[in-house]
Design a protein around this ligand. Structure first.
Ligand SMILES: [Zn+2]
Length: 435
């Protein structure tokens, strides 16, 4: 039995999917215009553990995990203008970095990764339905969601309207009927990227993309909607309003999960390196991806997490010890104590302490896999010191092949080939060497 803390209910609830053969989970993804901060990696790592638990419980093929990529947004346009390149140059570059960073942290690509620019017709259709239903209006090339038209607005974040207006940092705009109204569609100038719509050439607001993608790929009501606590308001409140109003009152998600924020313990970061914060920088200085992953899972996901060099060093030491115990054993059956800890609202600190007490090698390997840990053979973990990024990518490729995601496996092989790394698949796993 899995229990999850549901933000909407403000309590832990027994998890019951609508259809145990198709458990649906959606997590808001990145806006791709710069390198991912280590804090940006917390939600993908946390919700990857949840997806592993759900697959363990309901079956490998019974979970559909979706996460979007926002590839049209004003910050992207600003980055493209600064480099004088089309937005695709920016978005493709940083999406690649993002998924490579996550692969190094043992996070496979979700089953469905829709791009905002690939979903414009669905967004336009949903906006049209919101206008028809009296929940949105067009004004001066914009379309706005009419917040007072839906009396339940604010029920997820439970904030008073005045605070929500201030929190949304709403610009004073003459075309808004209420200051709380938010943008569904906005006009683009001739130089700006844009798409034709019934309201003129323009581009979508940020919130509508998640509602349209969830509808297109997962359905009107999903089992789990996840994301960082910073998205609860206004982003998730707005998604909820849009989807519910577009679907005649059908709820958007049966369970809402939010992870706590990561803070930097600035004084504890090593002085020589300064405030190292991006995943790419941490990997480049030699931190192992799996150690970063373990560090991100060291606190309960709902709690804040203070990031420091010491935390990474401790996590590395813990993994060294676990790899020594596990040796090169094959995975067996997972330990019920570890499964129970994760089933209790993803209690990763308890799961990790139970993991440390396991001395049966196949049980340790299988239990660690639920947390996405011990992804390598022990020999390669200890041999590979200094080559952690290559090891992590090789492990991510093995994961992809296990999931039968051969496109992703081939992509990782090609990426390593670009770096002069040759892979050789054998009966005992994959070994790599420099060409
Ligand atoms: Zn979203």
């Amino acid at each position: 039995m899995i229990r999850l803390h549901d933000t909407m209910a403000r309590s832990k609830r027994v998890f019951e999917p609508a259809d145990p053969k198709r458990v649906t989970i959606y997590v808001c993804g990145p806006t791709v215009y710069n390198r991912a901060h280590i804090g940006n990696a917390r939600p993908p790592v946390v919700f990857d553990v949840l997806a592993r638990l759900l697959r363990h419980t309901y079956g490998q093929d019974s979970v559909v995990h979706a996460a979007n990529v926002t590839d049209i947004e004003d910050k992207i346009m600003a980055a493209a203008a600064a480099e004088q390149v089309p937005i695709e140059v920016i978005t493709e570059r940083y999406a690649r970095f993002y998924f490579d960073d996550l692969a190094a942290l043992g996070v496979p690509k979700p089953d469905v990764v829709p791009l905002a620019t690939g979903q414009i017709p669905e967004m336009i259709a949903m906006i049209g339905r919101l206008i028809e239903a009296g929940h949105a209006y067009a004004a001066e090339g914009h379309v706005l969601f009419d917040v007072p038209s839906w009396p339940h607005y604010g029920r997820l974040s439970r904030r008073p309207m005045e605070e929500m207006i201030a929190g949304a940092r709403v610009e004073v705009a003459p075309y808004k009927r209420s200051p709380a109204d938010f943008v569904l569609w906005k006009p683009s100038s001739a130089e700006q990227p844009g798409w034709d719509s019934p309201w003129g050439r323009g581009r979508p607001g940020w919130h509508i993309e998640c509602s349209a993608m969830i509808e297109a790929h997962l359905g009107e009501t999903i089992d789990i909607h996840g994301g960082g606590l910073d998205l609860e308001f206004p982003h998730h409140e707005n998604e909820l309003a849009q989807s519910t109003c577009a679907h005649g009152g059908a709820p958007l998600a049966r369970y809402w999960l939010h992870n706590g924020m990561l803070s930097m313990a600035a004084s504890k970061m090593s002085k020589s390196l300064g405030n190292v914060v991006s995943v790419g920088e941490l990997l480049a200085r030699g931190d192992k991806g799996e150690a970063l992953r373990l560090a991100l899972l060291s606190a309960h996901y709902r709690q804040p997490l203070e990031w420091s060099d010491q935390l990474v060093a401790q996590s590395k030491a813990t993994l060294d010890r676990l790899y020594r115990v596990a040796g090169d054993a094959e995975a067996g059956e997972a330990d019920p104590g570890v499964v129970d800890a994760l089933a209790d609202d993803l209690n990763t600190p308890l799961a990790l302490s139970r993991l440390s007490a396991i001395d049966h090698r196949p049980t340790l390997r299988a239990s660690a896999a639920l947390l996405g840990l011990l992804g390598e053979a022990s020999t390669s973990w200890f041999q590979g010191e200094g080559d952690s990024r290559v090891d992590s990518l090789v492990a991510a490729r093995a994961e992809a092949k296990k999931r039968r995601d051969f496109a992703e496996a081939d992509r990782i092989r090609a990426e390593l080939a670009d770096q002069g790394i040759v892979l050789e698949d054998g009966p005992g796993g994959t070994i790599w060497r420099r060409a």
